[in-house]
Design a protein around this ligand. Structure first.
Ligand code: UDX
Length: 472
């Protein structure tokens, strides 16, 4: 009984949006809190449980040790196509999520207000209202770079000038960041983005900021110091990352990994990598959401064939079929490259990136992929698509200086020659050498930040002290 009470009193509830890129950083934050003596539970929607079961055949309880997982309904059936009908999905989640989460809390915690804190992430902003209902303090884990937090905060509060329909090409100047043109800005901050002038979802986050007592960032101070400092006087963000598997941080002995896979990874690629020479393989992946148009798949395929270097390409089949061949390999590609490379549907990415055979990464610049690459110390070829990715590409090239960017043609397509040039630039010659040096230096900084007494470790310690009411 005493143990049950202690569990209830020393407990943090994490509530994550149900995508891999949101759940995994949350779980890793959970592990870091647990290492400081906190009991942790993570709640997300039923669709995540469904995907985990499909990918591994194991129950969620078997996938993550030390963190209890709970699930609630988003109001839609499990076979509903959430990706194509994003608006319907988000509306249903916003409508049914609050009451379903609230019931879950009541069911699991006899005295909810004893919870030290609820930590949520930006796609489920209404969680802060559920927390308020029970008088539980609420924190937000911002899962993109701190730079994006600063950009959206300034855009929503009209603190800086952003492109408008009448002046779409203006250059944006923001404290702590390089000058940004249209191609560098997050798609949601552009006037012509299909979700409206500033998407409803982000508006809901930024108009209710006072409901978040803390904003934690999946980043580290040394990586984004100027932009983090620029937010101190506005609404500070406290970096506590990089939230990547501990093996990438040299912490394998001390901290167990916590992650779930929504797709089953193909382990054969690790055996294949082991047969390749050191620093020879081009790794290509576009994360869990992006589906590239057929023309762009074609350009990448041609470039890989032409450079004649070993490659590992993740081609994740679209969850629902696309009419125009998007996301599919050109016919005969597999046959023509069978001695050159490997194509898998889903890779064990963090093991791939830290494999000595991998030389560089062609990426869509999702923030998790980027942090994992930084912690592996390898250079990147940025091929951003939407949301935060264009800004992440700008950071890679101009701030972190660990990669190059594939520039699009005026018609929005890419040419295979440009990709080939980028590959050669990061693989051989003085630019490649400098990029590798910079990447290794950032890797060391990332490790230092999460090690005992490092900047992120201190921020977690402070957070635990504050939620526990022990701060002076
Ligand atoms: C989404 C958004 O698209 C991205 O812009 C934002 O920064 C985070 O949320 P996603 O597109 O899935 O994320 O990309 P990313 O953030 O890179 O996360 C993908 C995760 O899947 C990574 O942790 C990566 O290791 C993992 N992964 C990817 C695999 O395990 N295997 C693969 O084959 C590909």
């Amino acid at each position: 009984m005493a143990q049950a009470e202690e569990k209830e009193e020393n407990h943090v509830l994490l509530v994550a949006f149900s995508s891999q890129g949101h759940i995994n950083p949350m779980l890793r934050l959970g592990k870091r809190l647990a290492a400081k003596g906190i009991h942790v539970t993570l709640a997300t929607t039923e669709i995540a449980r469904h995907r985990m079961l499909k990918s591994s055949g194991a129950g969620p309880a078997d996938l993550v040790t030390g963190i209890e997982l709970l699930f609630y309904s988003d109001g839609l059936s499990l076979d509903y196509d959430r990706k194509t009908n994003l608006d319907v999905y988000m509306d249903s989640l916003g409508k049914h999520g609050p009451s379903n989460l609230s019931s879950l809390i009541k069911e699991h915690y006899p005295s909810p207000k004893k919870l030290l804190c609820i930590v949520t992430n930006p796609f489920v902003p209404w969680v802060s209202d559920v927390a308020a209902e029970y008088n539980i303090p609420c924190a937000m884990l911002w899962i993109q770079p701190c730079a994006l937090y600063a950009i959206y905060y300034r855009c929503f509060n009209k603190l800086s000038a952003f492109p408008t329909l009448t002046d779409p090409d203006m250059v944006v100047e923001l404290p702590g960041l390089p000058s940004m043109e249209e191609e560098d800005l997050p798609s949601f901050a552009l006037p012509n983005n299909p979700f409206g002038s500033f998407p409803k979802l982000f508006s809901e986050v930024f108009q209710g900021m006072e409901k978040f007592k803390w904003v934690l960032g999946n980043s580290f101070y040394e990586l984004e110091k100027h932009v983090i400092d620029s937010m101190c006087e506005l609404y500070p963000i406290r970096p506590i990352g990089p939230l990547v598997p501990p093996t990438l941080l040299g912490q394998d002995q001390e901290l167990e990994n916590a992650s779930v896979d929504m797709w089953k990874s193909d382990e054969t690629c690790i055996e294949w990598l082991t047969q390749q020479p050191p620093s020879s393989v081009i790794y290509v992946s576009f994360g869990s959401i992006v589906v590239l148009p057929a023309k762009q798949m074609e350009a990448i395929a041609t470039a890989l064939k032409n450079v004649k270097r070993p490659f590992l390409w993740v081609v994740k089949p679209p969850e629902f079929p696309t009419p125009d061949g998007a996301g599919q390999l050109p016919s005969r590609f597999l046959e023509e490259t069978k001695d050159q490379g490997q194509v898998v549907r889903w890779s064990p990415q963090t093991r791939v990136l830290s494999h000595p055979a991998v030389a560089c990464f062609i990426t869509h610049c999702g923030w998790n992929s980027l942090l994992e690459t930084i912690c592996s110390g390898i250079p990147l070829i940025a091929y951003p698509q939407w949301t935060d990715q264009p800004t992440n590409a700008k950071l890679i090239v101009d701030v972190f200086k660990i990669g190059v960017r594939i520039k699009k043609e005026v018609d929005g397509n890419i040419s295979s020659e440009v990709i080939e040039k980028c590959i050669e630039e990061v693989m051989v010659g003085p630019v490649a050498e400098q990029l590798r040096k910079n990447a290794m230096a950032l890797k060391a900084e990332g490790r230092k930040a999460v090690a005992a007494g490092g900047s992120s470790d201190e921020n977690i310690r402070l957070f635990v002290e504050e939620i526990s009411g022990n701060s002076s």
